[in-house]
Design a protein around this ligand. Structure first.
Ligand code: ADP
Ligand code: MG
Length: 700
């Protein structure tokens, strides 16, 4: 029976690593620091890259960038002390060329060993130094005078490892584990008929191949992760991730949520009071949400929509449905500024309807905080804030809906933490996630497999596309003249200073400098200044003056990235635009082009431009389409950064790469759906196999 066979496979794979011969407690301990606790964790501990020690290259054929093995005789040794200790060893081979080995740290014994005339077998990366080709800190071993070096008959894998656990040892342990691999059909967890339908090859062969590729393997293909064996494993890893997100979703969906039907009165009042009608897309998405939250199953919905597509009003309508039903709403934003903007919008819209909006951010402290907390605990209908909403001590009376803006800056964990604030028995709040970064479809299906997705794919009417140009800082004076011309036509201008990864203080200083420069150059225009170090009241006063048209130019830090809305502003200059990523540039530019006037964006850059920066600016010039920009961003930066999850490790794969392997996703989803329907046990085992060890590691 197949189920018995599975048990056998598990039996070998589930044994602790300490049960392998020759593995003592110290080694087991080092392995466990890598999350390697069971034999099967070792099977799936995959190489990062490979070294080719199956052949010897002649020095004459070396090129910079090669990672190769050479054999040579020491010609000369020189110890330098000028700047710092250095050992330079010249070796030559039969091709009569010389290669320089350079060491910056070395022992006395090494110097003794590397005497002229000694024969060495050397492995390292070739680079072009000041004295020709060289290797810095190569690996090497001494060869007996007439011995032929022993060649490896396979490529040498290089594994992720930890302090005190060398490559030889970890490779040795993995080899012992691989000896216990069960026969192919027992190892396989993807049901044979599904594997066959999607042309999946044997998992066992794939594992053996990636751990020990033959000498004639295609090294470049392996390095890029495009070898069929790697693709087979990537498929399984993506499948596992998909299954685990789906499982998480299913677990949530088994719970209950309050049905937020409402009678529609507050919503009607809001719509009647708005100076605009909803776009078709806003209407459709609001309906999706209203239908979801009226049910007693928890909603898990992602609303994506480009900058300016009008997500806030969709969120407000959902919030009012909760308020009509007598439940509380928490709206969480990733930055204080964005949260403040929501607070202003919500208060502006909702207070006239008699719905109070509480404020809970990091800087709300002392008595004000205590009071806010007690109102929340007593059932204040709407609470807006930052991650401070998730802290201990924040308790809700009846939390019914959690709205998270700009999801990509929060991790799944944080979203869950806020949701758990509303946990009551098996009842959880509904979740609405808003994101301004349109996520490419393939990625959304994978990274957000636990969410339903709605798109606001239409901008409010009357927006004009922004014309974008890139100009070198050398032509700054021309740009300032252009601002002058725009101001005399009654247009308003943003000047954005970008200093990233510096302190708020340095950013503020840079803005002050630019403010002084522009004030002097544009003596007949009023130039205002806003930055993150100003008090909320001061910021608001400046924003109000700009909104009222009293200021012609607003010098700002990236503070205005979110939440500034002045339709008459039709020119934006972004300084040092080469330093920003595509998503941020797109967000910033979204602040112009909001009125009927034709708008322009000038990307000032400091030459020389690197390749990546050049491509980014080109993309910005070519398109205003947030969707295309996001896709390009994915291509240039990789999914971890696009989703902002790199730090939290949410999407760290062992072998899969979402941008490289996106073509696998449709099949992954089909197989995933089948397995959840008909092979739930195998799906569990698959998750345990790929995620089990890593999950324990993450909790450690
Ligand atoms: P985002 O999706 O970027 O969060 P906002 O919700 O901030 O967008 O909306 C951007 C601007 O468009 C706001 O000034 C908002 O009041 C306005 N807006 C929203 N919906 C409409 C609409 N249907 N018609 C006209 N203006 C709208
Ligand atoms: Mg918004």
């Amino acid at each position: 029976m197949p189920s018995d066979k599975l048990l056998i496979a598990d039996a070998a794979g589930l044994r602790p690593v300490g049960s392998l011969p020759g593995i003592g407690p110290a080694l087991a301990d080092a392995l466990s620091r890598l999350g390697l606790e069971r034999v099967q964790d070792l099977w799936f501990h995959l190489p990062l890259r490979y070294e080719d020690r199956t052949r010897i290259s002649t020095i004459a054929e070396l090129r910079a960038g090669d990672r190769v093995q050479v054999q040579g005789v020491v010609e000369a040794v020189e110890r330098g002390f000028r700047y710092r200790p250095q050992l330079k060893v010249a070796v030559s081979d039969d091709s009569r060329q010389t290669l320089l080995l350079r060491f910056f740290h070395f022992h006395r014994a090494q110097v003794d060993q590397l005497q002229p005339g000694r024969r060495l077998l050397i492995y390292g990366e070739v680079r072009l130094g000041s004295q020709g080709l060289e290797m810095v800190h190569p690996q090497y071993q001494r060869l007996a005078d007439d011995a032929e070096p022993a060649m490896e008959d396979r490529l040498t894998p290089v594994y992720p490892t930890t302090e005190g656990l060398g490559q030889k040892r970890i490779a040795g342990v993995i080899a012992k584990a691989l000896a216990l691999l069960p026969p192919a059909e027992q190892l396989e967890l993807i049901p044979p008929e599904l594997a066959a339908a999607h042309g999946l090859t044997s998992l066992r062969d794939a594992l053996l191949y990636v751990h020990r590729p033959p000498a004639d393997a295609h090294v470049e293909q392996l390095t890029l992760g495009r070898h069929p064996a790697q693709q087979r494993l990537a498929f399984e890893e993506l499948l596992t991730q998909h299954l685990s997100l789906k499982r998480m979703r299913a677990a949530v969906r088994r719970r209950h949520a309050p049905a937020l039907g409402g009678d529609g009165t507050l919503r009607k009042q809001l719509l009647n009071g708005l100076p605009f009608a909803l776009t078709g897309a806003q209407q459709r998405v609001s309906d999706d949400v209203a239908v979801d939250i009226a049910k007693s199953r928890p909603m898990l919905r992602l609303v994506q929509g480009d900058v300016g597509s009008g997500k806030t009003v969709v969120a407000a309508l959902a919030a009012l449905a909760a308020a009509e039903t007598g439940y509380q709403v928490a709206l969480m934003a990733p930055t204080e500024l964005l949260a403040e903007q929501h607070l202003r919008n919500f208060r502006h819209w909702l207070q006239p309807l008699g719905v109070e909006v509480e404020w809970l951010a990091g800087k709300v402290t002392g008595k004000a905080r205590q009071q806010a907390l007690s109102r929340v605990a007593l059932g204040a209908p709407i609470v807006v804030g930052t991650h401070a909403l998730m802290q201990e001590g924040v308790a809700f009376a009846r939390l019914g809906l959690v709205i998270v803006d700009e999801q990509h800056r929060f991790g799944v964990q944080q979203r869950l933490a806020l949701r758990d604030k509303g946990l009551e028995g098996d009842q959880v709040p509904h979740q609405l996630v808003l994101t301004a970064t349109p996520i490419p479809r393939t990625l959304a299906m994978s990274a957000y497999a636990d969410l339903d997705v709605s798109s606001i794919d239409e901008l409010p009417p009357g927006r004009t596309p922004v014309q974008t140009i890139a100009i070198s800082n050398a032509r700054r004076v021309e740009v300032i003249e252009r601002i002058h011309a725009a101001c005399s036509e009654g247009r308003q201008v943003y000047w954005v200073c970008t200093l990233i990864e510096e302190s708020e203080q340095l950013r503020a200083q840079a803005a002050e400098v630019a403010h002084a420069e522009l004030s002097a150059a544009l003596s007949d225009c009023k130039v205002g200044l806003i930055h993150g170090r100003m008090k909320p009241k001061e910021k608001q006063a400046v924003m109000d003056a700009f909104t009222a048209g009293e200021l012609a130019v607003l010098v700002a830090t990236t503070v205005i990235e979110v939440g500034v809305d002045v339709p008459n502003a039709s020119l934006m200059v972004i300084e040092n635009s080469e330093r920003l990523g595509l998503a941020q540039l797109h967000q910033l530019r979204g602040r112009v082009g909001r009125g009927a006037v034709a708008s322009n964006c000038v990307l000032l850059y400091q030459p020389p431009l690197g390749q990546l920066a050049r491509e980014r600016l080109q993309v910005m010039r070519d398109t205003n389409d947030g969707f295309r920009i996001a896709e390009k961003d994915l291509e240039l930066r990789g999914p971890g950064e696009v989703l902002g999850t790199r730090q939290t490790g949410q999407l760290s794969f062992r072998i899969a790469d979402l941008s490289r392997d996106a073509h696998l996703l449709p099949a992954v989803q089909q197989v995933g759906a089948e397995m959840l329907r008909h092979h739930a046990k195998r799906a569990e085992q698959l998750i345990e196999r790929w995620v089990g060890g890593a999950a324990r590691y993450a909790h450690a």
